[in-house]
Structure formats: C-alpha cells, structure tokens
Design a protein around this ligand. Structure first.
Ligand code: DGL
Length: 271
C-alpha cells in the first residue's frame, strides 16, 4: 500500500518533496489534477466533486493514506470526505489535510495572537482557516487576503520576473494595512513557496512566515508514529510515481521547474 499525495496541480510537489526528505522509506503516488486546475476559483460543489474523484483514484492505486496537499481542497472538501465518504468508501484508510498542522504551527509562533493568511479565493471564502485555528486557539484572530493572481503567475513561470513583484507587494500591503499587529503569516497555498523570495521583501521584519512543506512532513511523521496500524500497511520501497490529468509533456516540463529535477509522469483520465 502506498502513500498518496494529491494536489490540483504542481504545488503539491513542494509538499511531496518535503515528505520524501523526511520519510524516504515509503512508496508514494503523486496525483496532480492539472487538466482541471485551478481549483481556487471554483465553487464548493465542483471542488468537492473533483477532490472526491481524485481520492477514489488514489484508493484505486492502492493508497492506504492520502495527504490532500491542496489547501483549497483541504478547506472546501476534506471534512465532508472524512466524515461522509470515507466510512463508506474505505473505512480502514485515512485522508489527511494541510490545514490542521498549519493551525497548530500558527498557535506556536504567534505572540500578538493576530495571524495573516494569504490563500486562494476558495480557501479564503471557505473560512476554514479561522474556524480550524479558533478550535485550537480561540484567542487568535486571523486576517485573510485572497491572492488570485499568485497561482497563475507561478503556473505561467512569471513568478521569477519583476512584474510579479507588483502583485506580491499589493496583497502583502493590503493585509498588513488591515491589521499591523500580524506577527505570523500563513502561506496557505501549495504554490506560494515559489514566491517566497519576493514575499519576504514586502513582509515587515520579525514576522514569522509559515511555509507548509516541512510542517506537513513532520505532522505526517508524527501521525505514522501515533498510528502503527496505518504505518504497518505502508510499503517501504522508497519509490515515487507521478500521475497527471494533463498531457505528460506539459506536466514534466513544469514539474521540473517546481522540483528543480527531471520528472517523468504518467497520464490518467479522471471523471
Ligand atoms: N493547490 C492550490 C492550493 O493549495 C492552489 C492552486 C489552485 O487554485 O488549484 O490552494
């Protein structure tokens, strides 16, 4: 049985990389729904349908555990899938998200108890981050900013150019204008680590920036220790297979930008 990592596109590759560095022994399957990305601008119903289809596919690929690396899918679909679909589809398997570990980290870092969130429209509109953070730390205020241009800039490889600074500065300034007490900034989208060089330029000094890769990897490692009944079922061959719903040529070229190493994916049709 494998560990599945799912994202709407390329962004989850950054999470998978961190997971593989922390837990190299397991066998992984990555599924990028690149043909239907972006999820961030879609309705709840569509994001839920797409996410469920991808999870079913990963189950069909023999995944014991699935990490939904996509924040938008975690925010809009994960809870329903965990509570309604999983007991029916595969009660002995597990689907984990990225929001809970990020919420835990936020609580550890913020001193002012005001956190900023940069994310897609879908994630911000869902209100899932403030809700999940409030469950653990009711004293924390979350100030959110949707950054709808950031994913397209990255998907088109424009994030490395000067023009991208305009959009980064604009959203960061808006967020901190709204509440200058923010001392912790959540990058609540798998793509955003690729903009980190620019983001740090505009974020006030001494603000903690939460990048999810490492903390999701750490949280998965802790989960496997706490759940030996899941861990024992995960095969340990150190392999990874990449699947994309887009053409493999397109995926391989862009994925190599994300991972800075050659990637060879296989095509899968999902519906
Ligand atoms: N992967 C998505 C996320 O983390 C961003 C890309 C999209 O909009 O599909 O929110």
């Amino acid at each position: 049985m494998k560990i599945g990592v799912f994202d709407s596109g390329y962004g989850g590759l950054t999470i998978l990389e961190n997971i593989r560095q922390r837990l190299p022994q397991y066998d992984y399957i990555y599924l990028g729904d690149n043909a239907r990305t972006p999820y961030g601008t879609r309705s709840f119903e569509v994001i839920y349908d797409y996410t469920l289809q991808c999870i079913k596919q990963l189950f069909a690929f023999n995944c014991q555990l699935i990490v939904v690396a996509c924040n938008t899918a975690s925010a809009r679909a994960l809870r329903t899938i965990q509570q309604q679909d999983l007991p029916r589809l595969a009660p002995d398997r597990r689907v984990l998200g990225v929001i809970r570990p990020t919420a835990e980290q936020t609580g550890k870092l913020t001193v002012s108890r005001v956190a900023g969130l940069c994310a897609t429209d879908g994630t911000v509109q869902s209100g899932t981050y403030p809700v999940e953070i409030a469950k653990l730390f009711p004293d924390i205020t979350v100030v959110s900013e949707a950054c709808p241009m950031w994913v397209p800039l990255i998907e088109n490889n424009e994030h490395i150019h000067d023009g991208a600074d305009y959009f980064v500065r604009r959203h960061i300034h808006r967020l901190f204008e709204r509440d200058p007490r923010i001392d912790t900034l959540i990058l609540g989208c798998t793509h955003y680590p690729l903009l980190l060089d620019k983001i740090v330029r505009y974020v006030p000094e001494n603000v903690h920036i939460i990048v999810q890769g490492n903390l999701v990897a750490e949280s998965l490692a802790e989960y496997l220790v706490r759940h030996p009944e899941q861990e024992i079922r995960c095969s340990k061959g150190g392999t990874v297979v990449y699947y994309t719903t887009e053409s493999t040529e397109k995926f391989n070229a862009s994925a190599s930008v994300f991972l800075k190493q050659p990637i060879v994916a296989e095509h899968i049709t999902i519906n």
